[in-house]
Design a protein around this ligand. Structure first.
Ligand SMILES: C[S@@+](CC[C@H](N)C(=O)[O-])C[C@H]1O[C@@H](n2cnc3c(N)ncnc32)[C@H](O)[C@@H]1O
Length: 234
């Protein structure tokens, strides 16, 4: 158990509230999450960086285990039905070998500097033919640019962004503490590790200013979306 202050400590309420206020954006991301997971009946799953278990609270999470470094977030996830097996980072946790049908990172790769050892650990934890699923804001997307601009300016409240910002942007502190990766960077890491049979899905195709107007349907591919899922087999 890590006593070190974690990036999401103190942000649990703000994080959930942001999704609840941006309910159409949340609905679009939830559809992507469900599409990428597919049928989970009878499967054993691990959510890496499960946060507050917000997305898991919309699926049957009986067989979902989670690891989460932030105590605040993990405590809420536990209450929502995720079996939080460790309040830890992926770097520090020990995982059983050959144990899970699905291991997924929903938004958490964007807070991890060195992806290769993290994904390698998950590969060992997957059963043969198991799936690793990575869902994230791509660095190269409009959302990625917006977060990186906010991070470098130290604010969203800047003349450069006049008229371009959604009314309720993602909390700046969380955008600024992100390590935004491109989708192809992640694909390359997975290929180096020997993952195969890739599938890609995307949502949040609209520009951020208009994303919350209505829920979007999931599309195949990864080159347009502000939220992208990579599904790869062990
Ligand atoms: C954007 S939030 C996503 C939370 C949750 N998966 C969701 O979709 O609502 C990113 C999460 O990754 C966690 N995280 C950050 N660094 C991590 C690491 N090194 N290992 C595992 N989780 C990490 C954070 O504490 C946070 O809960």
């Amino acid at each position: 158990m890590s006593a070190q202050r974690q990036k999401f400590d103190g942000y649990a309420a703000q994080y959930d509230e942001w999704f609840m206020k941006n309910s159409n954006l949340f609905a679009s991301e939830l559809k992507l999450f469900q599409k990428a997971l597919g049928n989970i009946e009878g499967k054993r799953l691990l959510s890496v960086g499960c946060g507050s278990g917000l997305f898991e609270s919309y699926i049957d999470c009986t067989n979902v285990e989670g690891i989460e470094p932030s105590q605040d977030m993990g405590a809420i996830a536990q209450k929502r039905g995720v079996n939080v097996i460790a309040h830890s980072t992926i770097e520090d946790v020990e995982l059983p070998n050959n144990a899970y049908d699905i291991v997924y990172f929903n938004g958490s790769s964007s807070y991890i500097e060195d992806l290769k050892p993290a994904y390698a650990k998950c590969k060992r934890a997957l059963k043969e033919g198991g799936r690793l699923i990575l869902l994230d804001v791509p660095k190269e997307s409009a959302f990625g640019f917006m977060y990186l601009l906010g991070k470098s300016l130290g604010t969203y409240d800047h003349g450069y962004l006049d008229g371009a910002m959604p009314s309720l942007p993602y909390p700046l502190a969380l955008a600024a503490s992100g390590v935004w990766h491109t989708t192809e960077e992640k694909i390359d890491v997975l290929k180096e590790l020997g993952f195969a049979n890739f599938t890609y899905y995307q949502t949040l195709i609209r520009n951020p200013l208009y994303t919350n107007e209505e829920p979007e349907e999931v599309q195949e591919g990864y080159k347009s979306g502000g939220y992208v899922a990579i599904v790869a087999e062990q």
